[in-house]
Design a protein around this ligand. Structure first.
Ligand code: FE2
Ligand code: FE2
Length: 468
């Protein structure tokens, strides 16, 4: 649970709302500020509206370990408005470097989205997010290069609000490249992207971030979120149809195999197509609790497999160009793939398709393979030499296996050697002629086949991290 969520729960039932101390404007307070007394759980007025609040006061509170202050619920609308205005001042602060600016703006923006997610009917909650979208559109128009640093293509998490922020930023950028002459559409793309997953408010993070196969009921719950989001925003009223369509249709595919309605190309707006591309890009590239981030260029390769069928080819091409160029301009924006992250680069294994490699029917039959649930899996058939690792040491005796499926996160092997869940294997994979890729992997599940062979699902791991 994030600190913010814990605070929110602590304040639940009270008429005070927690706000992070960093979001307090210095100079003069525009809101009444309360502190929570931990022992008694009561709220005491710290300073009233109109009273000066200096950077020294700020520092003193931080030194006392105060991370959140409280404002009366009825002042929340004012607070949100002040926050969006404050972001504009911060954005232009010449003292801030790219990464510092991005951190502050992203933290505050995520908070506004989180609030809209937790109660979309709260007065002004949705408007604060659309105001934020308008602010983004202004910034993009002023200086696209500077603005692009707000998009996090490195190691971000996949909590819903972070994802909505990234998708919002990405949708605006992509729309501005596809339709540079239509600033109104760009603005709406920002707004729609920022709100697109609002229907996930009732889906627990545990389901959204679940590793591996989802239960039927869990999958159904996830599939409802576009329609739920559409309902929430329609009931709210006053929002442009472009925003509603992005929310409703961002999981639809051009060939009609998406959800929730199976709408086809002719029924999908450009904004929804844009949202679909940016959505899956962010979902695949983000780090999850159980694995590190997928490098952006690998993510683009995965997306390329859905060009024309799942994704609008022009939108995907424009996005691919944009991300590739951004990384060329500043390679430090790509995540550093370190040991400790169960990652293998697609480049290493799939750049030249290994023998027997195919995007087979199994892959095509299950659209979820390329949705935001897990890594795309590639059917393959190449030899693997394996050895058990016991107490951190590789055994000398090796055995033969065939890789049957490969993804960024793991491999499925077939072998006549008995393997059991929990065992750790060293794998030398001859994915391409003349080159062997070594990986350490843990057996996650095993199926015994009729002929006496074993089919094992293995997850790549970093040896140092997982065995110590
Ligand atoms: Fe979604
Ligand atoms: Fe999404």
């Amino acid at each position: 649970m994030s600190a913010a969520t814990a605070e929110k729960q602590a304040a639940l039932g009270s008429r005070y709302l927690p706000i992070p101390i960093e979001s307090l404007d210095e100079e003069v307070l525009t809101l009444d500020i309360y502190l929570r007394q931990a022992e008694r759980g009561q709220f005491a007025l710290y300073r009233g509206k109109g009273i000066p609040f200096s950077s020294k006061d700020h520092k003193r509170l931080v030194e006392r370990g105060v991370r959140f202050v409280y404002i009366p619920a009825e002042q929340h609308r004012e607070y949100r408005k002040a926050l969006v205005a404050r972001l504009d001042r911060l954005y232009d602060d010449p003292k801030l470097k790219h990464d510092e600016r991005a951190r502050i703006i992203r933290t505050a923006s995520t908070q506004l989205i989180e609030e809209a997610l937790s109660d979309p009917t709260a007065e002004g909650a949705i408007e604060s997010v659309t105001d934020l979208g308008d602010q983004f559109a202004n910034w993009l128009e002023k200086d696209p290069q500077k603005f692009s640093y707000l998009l996090d293509i490195s190691e971000h998490d996949f909590y819903t609000a972070t994802h909505m922020l990234n998708v919002g930023i990405g949708c605006g950028i992509l729309m501005s490249r596809l339709c540079p002459e239509e600033p109104e559409l760009v603005q709406l793309a920002f707004e729609g992207g920022l709100l697109h997953d609002i229907g996930k408010r009732d889906v627990p993070e545990a389901i959204l971030n679940k590793e591996g196969q989802l239960e039927e009921s869990e999958w159904k719950q996830i599939q409802r979120h576009p329609s739920l989001g559409y309902e929430i925003l329609s009931e709210h009223g006053g929002l442009h149809s472009v925003i509603l369509e992005m929310t409703r249709d961002h999981h639809e595919h051009l060939d009609g195999t998406g959800y929730p309605s199976g709408r086809k190309a002719d029924d999908l707006s450009l904004a929804a197509r844009v949202c679909a591309v940016v959505d899956v890009f962010d979902a695949i590239s983000a780090a999850r609790p159980y694995r590190g981030p997928t490098p952006p260029l690998d993510t683009l390769k995965i997306l390329a497999q859905g060009a024309g069928a799942q994704f609008d080819a022009d939108a995907l091409m424009a996005w691919t160009k944009y991300i590739s160029q951004s990384l060329k301009d500043d390679p430090s924006r790509a995540p550093i793939v370190s040991t400790g992250q169960p990652l293998v680069s697609l480049d290493e294994l799939l750049v030249a398709p290994p023998e027997g490699f195919s995007h087979d029917d199994d892959y095509k039959a299950d659209d979820r393979e390329i949705s935001d649930r897990e890594h795309a899996r590639h059917a393959c058939d190449f030899p693997v030499e394996a050895a058990f690792i016991v107490n951190g040491l590789k055994e000398e005796k090796t055995f033969k296996a065939q890789a049957k499926n490969l993804s960024l996160g793991g491999v499925q092997i077939q072998t006549n050697q008995r393997i059991r869940p929990g065992e750790v294997l060293f794998l030398a994979m001859s994915a391409r002629e003349g080159s062997v890729v070594d990986r350490t992997a843990r057996v996650v599940h095993v199926k015994e086949l009729a002929g006496g062979d074993y089919l094992g699902g293995l997850k790549f791991i970093a040896l140092d991290d997982e065995l110590v």
